[in-house]
Design a protein around this ligand. Structure first.
Ligand code: NI
Length: 256
């Protein structure tokens, strides 16, 4: 099957994995089945690179933000720099921001401080947030329920109940390659049950490559395998999943 109109809401084409063929790959995908990509910053530098991509390609957009694991290594004025960058016309979100308790490069307290400050920045600039949550479900959801920003929980790995708490406050759920993993039950359960109006598709490339390409570098056109899995779980067509997710992305990120 060939599909059209894939919108990848979470990519990292600044990653060194793409150094050898980045622009050939982007040219090729954006000329065929991929209609849009949001490149997400994790540091001030990668936020700037995301903007540079968005300036180069009409179909690319940037999210700017400090990832929880990068907060400790950034300079003290990093958030002021992010605020300046966020005013660029191709910036559609503050992200990726959030909490990550898997590693401890940045202490918990500092992660929470950066998360809260960037949520408030997003609200001030009327932008949505792109949230990363790894092994921090409770604190992450509590913070979101407290501030109620607009946004998406990227690479969602929580339960159906947690997804419901988030969609009840209007949040979107980002699903990627993990819905195709045999050992990951929860993402598939969420994919089967959430309101289609709340679904976004993403890669998190170069990571999270869907089955049957697990183990190789991910890219936006491989979203078709995630869409096919979600379609199978819901008994609908994959193109319908792709189209609905793209419309949802346009709405959340205010893309015309
Ligand atoms: Ni990411």
């Amino acid at each position: 099957m060939t599909y059209t109109g894939i919108f990848d809401t979470h990519a990292h084409y600044d990653d060194e994995c793409f150094d050898e063929d980045r622009f050939e790959l982007l040219d090729e995908m954006l000329a065929s089945n991929v209609s849009g990509i949001i490149n997400c910053g994790c540091t001030v530098e990668s936020s700037k690179t995301s903007i540079a991509f968005a300036e180069e390609y009409p179909q690319m957009y940037a999210a700017v933000g400090i990832h929880p694991q990068n907060a400790a290594e950034e300079s003290e004025d990093a958030l002021e720099k992010i605020e300046e960058l966020a005013k660029h016309e191709k910036v559609v979100a503050i992200g990726e921001i959030g909490l990550d308790y898997h590693y401890d490069y940045t202490p918990k307290e500092m992660q929470i401080e950066y998360f809260e400050k960037q949520i408030l920045l997003a609200k001030k600039l009327n932008l949505p947030v792109i949230v990363h949550d790894r092994e921090a479900h409770q604190d992450c959801v509590e913070t979101l329920l407290k501030y109620k920003p607009r946004g998406v929980m990227h690479c969602f790995s929580g339960s159906v109940e947690t997804a419901k708490q988030l969609t009840d406050i209007g949040f979107y759920i980002g699903l990627g390659g993990s819905v195709t993993f045999k050992n990951a039950k929860k993402p598939a359960e969420v994919a089967a049950s959430i309101d289609l109006d709340r679904l976004l598709l993403e890669t998190d490339c170069p990571y999270m490559t869907p089955v049957p390409f697990r183990g190789i570098r991910n890219n936006s056109s491989l979203i078709i395998h995630t869409a096919e899995k979600i379609a199978e779980l819901r008994g609908i067509k994959a193109q319908e999943v792709i189209d609905k997710a793209r419309e949802n992305a346009y709405k959340l990120f205010n893309i015309k």
